[in-house]
Write a protein that binds this ligand. Structure first.
Ligand SMILES: NC(=O)c1ccc[n+]([C@@H]2O[C@H](COP(=O)([O-])OP(=O)(O)OC[C@H]3O[C@@H](n4cnc5c(N)ncnc54)[C@H](OP(=O)(O)O)[C@@H]3O)[C@@H](O)[C@H]2O)c1
Length: 256
């Protein structure tokens, strides 16, 4: 018997974005039904139409995740009807400090933390409760390799992704005995418009289709923490081993 999870009812946030859309298309096939969240109606419809062309059902839902209470209410209502097998909480924003700034400004930090940490964590907690009652389900949170490092050029971003990783691990420990798996996927650089706009050097960049394939594979195997590509896992270890003075100097030397 296979030890891989099999899914047919999907929730994806960030489905109007590049990674979310690639994940939706990766899973789209006859018999699958996908609830696609985003804000931009045109891009959401574009993803939905490609998903339907592959024989799956798609429904779109437009919601701004900075309305966190609204997001939790909506996801619980949708889960009541759809009983999701798996939720990919993909939506997020990447920010770096503007040239000449010491750190990202307070409103940027607030928006980044709400979108990248508070909203997905609250939605994951709500869904995990439902999945635990059913004795099955999977939750995939999209972190970032940036969450492994205290990046002074992106304190809000790296902090939000580090917080999400810690939350995911705690949630996993709480709900695994009830049959629910929680995966934190931490990609390095992806070849997306958002990434091209925010970083001039993007070593070991992955295209989104390949990243989606790897992340979906990690979710199907119920992996706890999945870093891709693998050298970013080595950098995470190096960060924890370097003497603080040297590490701080290296991190200070990074430019967007
Ligand atoms: N790109 C990279 O190099 C990279 C690397 C590591 C991790 N990641 C993570 O991967 C995830 C997907 O990023 P991506 O590269 O696919 O970026 P993207 O193409 O810009 O997509 C971002 C998605 O998040 C949604 N979103 C942003 N703010 C939102 C809000 N307030 N309410 C609702 N939805 C919101 C966007 O919706 P609308 O467009 O409809 O507004 C879009 O669907 C993010 O969590 C990101 O941090 C990306």
């Amino acid at each position: 018997m296979s030890d891989r999870h099999e899914f047919s009812r999907f929730l994806l946030t960030g489905a109007s974005g590049e990674l979310g859309s690639a994940l939706a298309l990766h899973h789209a096939c006859a018999g699958a039904s996908l609830m696609l969240w985003g804000r931009n109606q045109d891009r959401l419809e574009a993803t939905a139409s490609k998903v339907r062309n592959k024989g799956a059902d798609a429904t779109v839902f437009s919601h701004d995740l900075t309305d966190i209470e609204g997001a939790v209410e909506a996801v619980l209502e949708q889960d009541r009807v759809n009983t999701f097998d798996i939720a990919y909480l993909v939506a997020g924003i990447g920010d770096t400090r503007a040239p000449g700034e010491l750190v990202e400004g307070p409103s940027t930090v607030m928006r980044t933390v709400q979108t990248n940490f508070t909203a997905p964590a609250a939605m994951a907690a709500a869904l995990a409760g439902r999945m635990a009652e059913r004795g099955r389900g999977s939750i995939v949170l999209i972190g970032s390799a940036a969450g492994h490092h205290s990046l002074p050029i992106a304190a809000g971003y790296s902090g939000s992704k580090a917080g999400l990783a810690r939350f995911a691990d705690a949630l996993r420990i709480a709900v695994e005995p009830s049959g629910v798996s929680v995966t934190l996927a931490a990609p390095g650089f992806l070849d997306t418009a958002a990434s091209r706009a925010s970083a001039s050097r993007r070593p070991m960049e992955l295209n989104v289709e390949e990243a989606a394939r790897r992340i979906a594979n990690a979710a199907e195997k119920g992996r706890r923490y999945y870093v891709t590509p693998w050298p970013f896992a080595m950098l995470r270890i190096l960060d924890s081993l370097l003497p603080r003075v040297l590490r701080d100097r290296l991190l200070r030397s990074l430019d967007p």
